[in-house]
Design a protein around this ligand. Structure first.
Ligand SMILES: Nc1ncnc2c1ncn2[C@@H]1O[C@H](COP(=O)(O)OS(=O)(=O)O)[C@@H](OP(=O)(O)O)[C@H]1O
Length: 349
């Protein structure tokens, strides 16, 4: 009897010591690299279904774009039927979960093209202008413009005019209070010159930038904030209307200048904001000296590099220094207010 009790005590002691050893061993691993544990848990929920297929197919040498998604199923071209059944790949047309709402001439086309490289993004190619111009056509019409997408893929579109359209915030909110909003912003003066360059390309007889920027056409007069290329750059005013409907955490601001100098860095932040795995990286870009802009190393189905078209990255006219100075003074308080509202200094002088 006493022998049996003694054996039970020894077993308990052994169990206790083993537990202690396991506990200390775990503690050592955790202390030597706590990041691993955090990284593991934070990495788990963000893998979207097509990203998983993309990984499985190891597409690193075979970059997958929206164009390579089968139009009828929405699955990546080349995915087998077993992949499709396993993942219940049934593509449907859905309303967007994310919108690039502005700003005109900010770099919105570049951003959309870069995002389209991501296997979990499906984007409409042209600008629907639903919330600003075609709202009376209804949500079914709008939905019909969207590409087919799988569950878990993010559907998006870009219409830069939404940012400055008075009706858009309420209408977007009526469609979805959870939609994610992206705004590409650029120095409002360069943006205005870019806008003006586009106007001249369509109407060469238009008055000079200098005369249109001031109330009576003379640089001695007040800046004319009603001239559309200048009015669009009053970012804080336009943003106010959006913040009446959406919390700032639901909006992401892309630094337009950095989208040119560091596209991969800006893309990392956008992918994080959209809850996507960082698949679009510096591997996808190269700087094209002739164009003066980053371009894509290759598009799907082609081994050729791809730059945006000729209407993106036009040469700007030279604007008088005095006019630039006056516009800087004009925009300074608006820019500072905008920085405060978004909690980010964009560094425009
Ligand atoms: N990678 C790359 N390639 C070419 N262009 C680039 C790129 N990244 C940003 N940009 C800048 O995008 C500006 C055009 O902006 P948007 O696409 O928003 O214009 S639009 O509102 O859709 O007309 C365009 O303005 P301009 O330079 O005035 O033409 C570019 O400066």
């Amino acid at each position: 009897m006493a022998k049996e009790r003694c054996f039970q005590l020894d077993a308990r002691k052994l169990f206790f010591m083993l537990s202690l050893a396991v506990f200390f061993l775990s503690l050592c691993i955790l202390l030597s690299d706590p990041g691993q544990v955090v990284e593991y848990w934070s990495a788990q929920p963000s893998v979207h279904p097509v990203t998983q297929l993309y990984r499985n197919k190891n597409a690193s040498a075979n970059m997958l774009t929206n164009a390579s998604l089968d139009e009828s199923t929405g699955a990546p071209a080349g995915a087998t039927s077993t992949d499709a059944t396993d993942m219940e790949l049934t593509a449907t047309r859905r309303l967007p979960q994310a919108l690039i709402i502005g700003v005109k001439k900010g770099g919105t086309r570049a951003l959309l093209e870069f995002l389209r490289l991501h296997p979990d993004v499906r984007a409409a190619g042209s600008e629907p202008h639903f919330f600003d111009r075609h709202y009376d056509r209804g949500l079914d019409w709008y939905r019909s413009l969207m590409p087919k997408a799988l569950d878990g893929q993010i559907v998006m579109e870009k219409t830069p005019r939404y940012f400055v359209s008075a009706d858009s915030p309420a209408r977007v909110h009526a469609m979805s209070r959870d939609v994610k909003l992206i705004v590409v912003v650029r120095d409002p003066i360069t943006r205005a010159i870019s806008d003006y360059t586009q106007i001249v390309s369509k109407t060469p007889s238009v008055a000079s930038f200098e005369s249109l920027s001031f109330r009576n056409g003379s640089t001695g007069a007040e800046v004319n904030p009603r001239w559309s290329p200048l009015w669009i750059g009053l970012y804080a005013r336009h943003l106010e209307r959006w913040l009446a409907y959406f919390p700032s955490a639901q909006m992401h601001f892309v630094h337009g200048e950095r989208l040119v100098t560091d596209p991969a860095g800006e893309m990392a932040r956008v992918q994080d904001f959209l809850g996507l795995e960082r698949i679009v990286t510096d591997k996808h870009f190269y700087f094209n000296q002739t164009k003066g802009f980053p371009c894509l190393k290759k598009l799907e189905g082609s081994s050729q590099p791809h730059c945006l078209g000729r209407t993106k990255g036009r040469a700007h006219p030279q604007i008088q220094d005095g006019v630039i100075r006056r516009l800087s003074e004009f925009y300074r308080p608006h820019n500072l207010r905008f920085y405060e509202m978004v909690g980010q200094d964009f560094g425009w002088q």
